[in-house]
Design a protein around this ligand. Structure first.
Ligand code: UD1
Length: 422
């Protein structure tokens, strides 16, 4: 299995471009199940999670043609579709569960393996299923699978107990072809929800209010082919921002929407890093020799501080002067990176859902493991500035959600080598 060997690098400098958003493209590809005709999806990031979604959709009878050179997927769900998703594919990636809503809407029946636990928590799907049930589906659990059946779904008023991103997307996709109106309350307001709604509306759906906590959907009979460009990946952009900060670098990020990263930018400024818009993109200047300052963060659903940036920001705070407190409220077990950062010399104590970080003068290279996608990115960031060499294993987690992160960081002056371990 491949690993990264990373040596301490000089302050990062230069221009870097982010790809299309992983968390936006996965639901949009699932939503293509609802459309008749061949749709075009642009700015598709080259990620192994997208490959998993491609394989899953193909196994369901959807035709997918991915032109990786142009970052374009042509997708058609016009042929005969299957209603059962295979365990091997769904168990690889939790976002596979997003095919449930569109298959139910299109075929009137669907059978999907229940996603198991994952490194960052148990992550149930009760809110997705409650939504389908409110739309009139009959839900059954059998042998590790969940199935749903309904001749035609009927619009309903649904209140989500928690603004779950996946549940909002899955219920939205089920409701676009339901009879009558669906009102989804206390739903997630992430930019990826807005992107999905834009895709659906461009295909003929009637979705209003995406990006607010109440979405109204008037059911339509069918969706047509469309052409859609995926929004930039805000978490990839945030990761580059921290890379500049932790190396006291000065980089400019293109294809980034600063509006999507307000809390991360605010916290970087608190940590003594300058962030400003230029005509080329967003410039992050941490100033050579400037000291990083401590800062407290608390993860929350959007527009709060994203849980997907918590690990990377913690890597930065390990080197900030003073005490920082990082509180994780979205997932119950998302501190797997703490043990690995401590192996690199960080001073962190976990107290319930918070991590208390005392800034240290420097980190030191060590052998560490990427326990999940963002934890892996955090270790890469820490390694950029650690004395000596850091070896990160299990980097397949990082490849799931970042396009060529190693190559992009190297283009800014990092010293990362991808080594095949035999
Ligand atoms: C999505 C993102 C993930 C991000 C997360 C939170 C994708 C593909 N993934 O994941 O990167 O970290 O949002 O921003 O977009 N929950 C329930 N019942 C449910 C559904 C969720 O209790 O039916 C809980 C989860 O266990 C978790 C919390 O709600 O504690 C948030 O999960 P959710 O917003 O659903 O995250 P995902 O859609 O899985």
């Amino acid at each position: 299995m491949a690993k990264f060997v990373i040596k301490k690098c000089p302050p990062l400098k230069g221009l870097v471009k982010t790809c299309g958003s992983k968390n936006a493209v996965l639901p949009v590809l699932a939503a293509a199940i609802l459309t008749d005709g061949a749709s075009t999806i642009r700015d598709v990031p080259s990620l192994s999670d997208v490959l998993t979604m491609e394989k899953l959709l193909e196994s369901l009878g959807v035709k997918v043609n991915w032109d990786k050179g142009r970052d374009v997927i042509s997708i058609s769900a016009s042929g005969k579709l299957h209603s059962e998703a295979a365990y091997e594919l769904v168990s690889k990636m939790r976002a596979s569960f997003l095919v449930m809503g569109p298959l139910l809407a299109r075929l009137g029946e669907v059978k999907v393996p229940l996603p198991g636990g994952c490194a960052i928590g148990t992550r149930p799907v009760d809110l997705h299923l409650k939504g389908f049930s409110a739309l009139g589906a009959h839900i059954l659990f059998e042998h590790g699978f969940v199935s749903a059946k309904a001749k035609r779904l009927k619009g309903a008023k649904i209140y989500l107990d928690f603004p779950s991103v996946g549940a909002t997307e899955n219920i939205m996709m089920a409701a676009v072809m339901a009879q009558g109106q669906t009102i989804l309350e206390n739903c997630a307001v992430e930019p990826e929800i807005v992107d999905l709604s834009n895709f659906l509306n461009s295909a003929g759906a009637e979705v209003k209010g995406a990006g607010t906590d109440t979405i109204k959907i008037n059911g339509v009979k069918e969706l047509k082919e469309t052409d859609h460009t995926i929004i930039p990946d805000r978490i990839e952009a945030g990761t580059f921002m921290v890379a500049a900060a932790i190396t006291n670098g000065d980089i400019t990020i293109t294809n980034m929407l600063a509006d999507h990263l307000k809390p991360v930018i605010a916290k970087l400024k608190e940590a003594n890093v300058s962030v400003f818009e230029t005509d080329k993109g967003i410039r992050v200047d941490a100033g050579e020799g400037k000291k990083l300052k401590s800062s407290d963060i608390k993860t929350l659903p959007y527009p709060g501080f994203p849980t997907d940036m918590q690990a990377q920001f913690m890597a930065l705070l390990t080197l900030a002067e003073g005490t920082s407190i990082v509180t994780e409220t979205v997932f119950e077990n998302r501190f797997m990176h703490v043990g690995e950062l401590k192996r690199m010399g960080a001073d962190i104590k976990i107290e319930s859902r918070s991590a208390v970080i005392e800034g240290v003068k420097m980190l030191t290279g060590a052998q560490v493991k990427a326990t999940d996608l963002r934890a892996g990115a955090a270790l890469m960031l820490a390694a950029l500035t650690a004395q000596g060499a850091t070896e990160i294993s299990d980097i397949y987690h990082i490849d799931r959600g970042y396009c060529n992160l190693d190559e992009k960081l190297n283009s800014l002056g990092a010293r990362i080598e991808r080594v095949e371990d035999n």
